[in-house]
Design a protein. Structure first.
Length: 459
């Protein structure tokens, strides 16, 4: 009979408000073997504690002070659950797949490390700084997983369920491959790994199924039920890849509806976008002064570059430290932090494209140009800003209506892709919010008329 040391040795629990408890491996079984705690305790993963999950939305939703670290632990937990559910069908289709404990641990590492490359203000950092080099946080994350974190990943020998089979090890490139949609340069993924990728980057990935209930709960926004248990239970690997049993179709619909609602109410909230609009003016020049280069070429410096570090630095500038340029930026940052927002919302238009042909893809610059062209000649030089916030919402590619989700109908013993599309026709292909901001309301009538003309001509 196993004693307490055998039963609980090498494993422990983390309390979590969404998943109740998250099991993880820790030192205590095989001396010298890496564990999940070793990876969690690295400076790169601990750094995520100092990068908030919701960027500027936390200045609108006071309780939203959770971090990328908490979300990463939740994604690790769900990825492991996914692996346990998928493994029997995966092994049936791909007999050469590694052992169940290795697959479980592989997906858990992908969940834990999928956001490890994030910088301050998350996706805003991607769009307003990393774009200079044509990279994003996922490219940085892949560099970290195959670089500073590779030795620990290779040293893992067990999942929370069981030890790997003799001689098995995780290739860090497998983890790097799973965390992002683009192919990993110079790496040819085995077929079993390709089949698992949608569980990490698909429409109902471990990432998505953690952040939707987590962000909703912590913000205090009732986004609707998310039946993760049912979606996981009815997921399996078929000859065509990750497949969802028809019995979970409605649960998936509810999940995608909740996700879309969260985008409208939180991520695309009007005040959040006002903050981002003002932040855009100071963010890039600030990061250029602090980081001054491509993170991939200065990882040691990037390690300490967190949101806490950035806000501490600009606070000192606001108090008079540094040269005139830094003091100017510091003052601008203090206005953002104190929510002294200079842009007022004058207009909001909403479009829901119900089929791929009607999806309206207009950039901020294009929307601004079209509005200015439709303004009366005497007002075409007025100052205003626009915002275009768009979110794909259906479970398929809106460009060609090729389903990203396969639905299996047991009554007819066949895949029913058309049923997927019929079910999700209740959701728009693409939801887009168009907004106009100005410093005052002096020309609101002209701007509103121009915006209505633009949307009326393009929808």
């Amino acid at each position: 009979m196993k004693g307490a040391a055998d039963t609980y040795g090498g494993r422990a629990l983390i309390a979590d408000p969404i998943h109740q408890y998250i099991l993880y491996t820790r030192p205590g079984t095989i001396p010298g073997e890496a564990t999940e705690q070793d990876v969690i305790d690295t400076p790169w993963v601990q750094r995520l504690r100092r990068i908030p999950q919701l960027q500027s939305a936390r200045w609108v939703f006071p309780a939203a002070e959770h971090s990328r670290f908490q979300h990463s632990l939740g994604a690790m937990h769900l990825a492991g659950r996914f692996a346990q559910q998928l493994y029997p069908s995966l092994r049936a289709i791909f007999p050469d797949a590694p052992s169940a404990p290795l697959i479980e641990e592989l997906l858990r590492m992908a969940g834990l490390l999928h956001d490890v490359g994030h910088g301050p203000f998350g996706h805003f950092f991607d769009e307003n700084y990393l774009d200079t080099w044509g990279i994003d946080h996922e490219i940085v994350g892949r560099a970290l997983i195959t670089g500073p974190l590779a030795e620990l990943v290779e040293g893992l020998g067990a999942s929370p369920t069981a030890d790997f089979e003799a001689g098995e090890r995780i290739d860090p490139r497998w983890v790097a491959y799973l965390i992002a949609s683009p192919e990993l340069q110079g790496f040819e993924a085995p077929a079993w790994l390709v089949a698992l990728k949608p569980a990490m980057v698909g429409a109902y990935s471990a990432d998505n199924m953690d952040y939707v209930p987590r962000d909703s709960y912590i913000c205090g926004v009732a986004a609707g039920p998310v039946d993760i248990q049912r979606i996981l239970h009815y997921s399996f690997i078929s000859e065509r890849g990750l497949t969802l049993h028809a019995h979970a179709a409605e649960a998936l619909y509810m999940f995608l509806s909740s996700r879309l609602y969260l985008y409208e109410q939180v991520y695309f909230h009007r005040t959040v976008r006002r903050i981002d609009l003002q932040l855009r003016e100071v963010f890039r020049p600030t990061v250029e002064l602090i980081l001054s280069g491509n993170p991939l070429e200065r990882l040691d410096q990037y390690l300490t570059f967190t949101e806490w570090a950035l806000l501490s630095e600009v606070s000192r500038w606001a108090l008079g430290e540094g040269d005139a340029r830094k003091r100017e930026l510091g003052k601008a940052w203090s206005e953002v932090v104190e929510r002294k927002l200079k842009w007022r919302l004058l207009y909001q238009g909403h479009t829901d494209a119900v089929d791929a042909g009607a999806a309206l893809g207009v950039s901020r610059a294009e929307f601004a140009r079209m509005i200015r062209e439709r303004l009366p000649a005497r007002t075409r030089s007025i100052e205003f800003e626009v915002d275009v916030a768009a979110q794909e919402s259906r479970a398929f590619n809106p460009l060609n209506e090729t389903s990203d989700i396969l639905l299996y109908d047991p009554l007819e013993d066949r895949f029913q892709q058309s049923q997927v599309l019929d079910l999700f026709r209740r959701l728009p292909v693409r939801m887009t919010l168009f907004r106009i901001f100005a410093r005052d309301t002096a020309h609101s009538r002209e701007l509103i008329a121009a915006a209505n003309a633009v949307l009326g001509a393009t929808t």
